[in-house]
Design a protein around this ligand. Sequence first.
Ligand SMILES: Cc1cc2nc3c(=O)[nH]c(=O)nc-3n(C[C@H](O)[C@H](O)[C@H](O)COP(=O)(O)OP(=O)(O)OC[C@H]3O[C@@H](n4cnc5c(N)ncnc54)[C@H](O)[C@@H]3O)c2cc1C
Length: 510
Amino acid sequence: MLTDEKQSQAIDADSDGRPHAVVIGSGFGGLAAAARLGARGYRVTVLEKLDAPGGRAYVFRDKGFIYDSGPTIVTAPWLLEELWEMCGKRLAEDIELKSLEPFYDVRFDDGSVFTYGGDQERMQAEIAKFSPADVPRFQKFMARSKAIYDYGFAVLAYRHFSSIKTMLAALPKILMLGGHRTVFQLVSSFIKHPKLRIALSLHPLLIGGNPYSVTAMYCLINHMEKQWGVHFVMGGTGELVKGMVGLIQGQGNTVRCNSEVSEILIEENRAVGVALKGGETIAADIVVSNADAPWTYDKLIGKRKRRRWTSGKIRRTRYSMGLFVWYFGTDKKFDDVRHHSMILGPRYKGLLTDIFHKKKLSPDFSLYLHRPTATDPGLAPPGCDSFYALVPVPHLDANVDWETEGEKMRLRVERRLEETVMPGLGAHLVSSRFVTPKDFETRLNSYKGAGFGPEPVIWQSAWFRPHNRSEEIDRLYMVGASTHPGAGIPGVVASAMVLDQVIPHAQELV
Ligand SMILES: Cc1cc2nc3c(=O)[nH]c(=O)nc-3n(C[C@H](O)[C@H](O)[C@H](O)COP(=O)(O)OP(=O)(O)OC[C@H]3O[C@@H](n4cnc5c(N)ncnc54)[C@H](O)[C@@H]3O)c2cc1C
């Protein structure tokens, strides 16, 4: 930590009369917060540790293949439209969103496939293929999903949970909607067929939650996808990163890469700037951290300055699963593979228990397969296909030596794909790279290498999650997956909207 003398040396050399906001991290939450702050009259500097912006949506290239390393499914596009409008622009001018229908294939271990989509007639036919008796029950489930969405997202996602009172006020309605149950319990209270229960309860895994533990409020995703669709950004999700950086730069503000913050400077319990690795200090009127909130508290703020987010509490927090992601390119096209597929292993509940509770790397696994070239062939050289396979695994509490296990895991994934939807894959691989939970820890500063921050169980949601306005330090704010409302592009973009309620108006600070 810096001495008091050094802290007061933090200077603001670029001052132009606007109050200065420093945003630590350039994930979607940080970029959305920066654009909103710019629109509200702040001068903004985004400081990013990596050599390019995007965080989990970092883009890399290899041998002509363009890989989005993280998010691929864009839902709730109106949140992006609202952001662009706030900056005086139109989303469609910068970004081409392509709506996908159907959304994805869910392939079970016995080879049967449930094709999931937004078209309700097709969905009912698909349900009937497995269990005709579940068709009317599915309609009832979707009605509940809508009711949960109407409150759980349309109201609560934008609410600032500043006090336990806000939480207590929301609780009766959450309980009435079944929020005390888990996603799997709620789905199973409507749907009887075991495979349909799986296909309709998978969604929390996309934001780091175990369907057997997370609150049934996450059943809102089924309605969100149905109502507003599943989209792909043409050119890759990286275009969305580029678009947001463009909004920020268009406001005369800055995104600085290769700039890792080592400390948040605090005077009289107020954030007054940051120190970078290497010693530079930057003064700020407010600091917004888009770095993982547990990491922010544990590593960027001295122990003595924290009462609630102590190192012990941070360690005891339950974290989302880790991710093993293998990015690969082939010199032929696998035309039978849909853009999004879930390829399930033989176990569902047992596997999730191994990952989330026993913290054990099991020999069996399930995976999500992304084939962006099914929609945008421009992401690979002509005649080639680009992919990633994402495997949920335990986070770093599992003590797996990823240095040795990584390549073994990659080979197992390759074999599994060859046996299921990509026969002959090995002979056609021309580009290959993987990341493990260890990379999430070392590259992205993710506590315990978790893919999505604290797990979204009910006692770690809303008021119980790290607050968007720090409970510890004045003029310090949090945005992104580990704060309210949670992970996923809609969640982190909504978390930037919550900041509008708690960050002072720029005029108050000049
Ligand atoms: C493989 C994968 C697939 C996913 N798929 C989807 C999907 O299809 N759809 C969807 O909606 N969501 C998806 N998600 C979730 C979604 O990507 C994330 O929840 C979201 O992008 C996280 O954004 P964030 O704002 O929390 O920031 P992050 O993306 O976590 O970025 C935080 C940034 O802070 C930087 N940083 C950390 N510490 C410092 C420091 N000290 N100084 C400077 N910079 C620092 C990091 O380098 C990083 O760039 C996926 C996630 C993963 C990992």
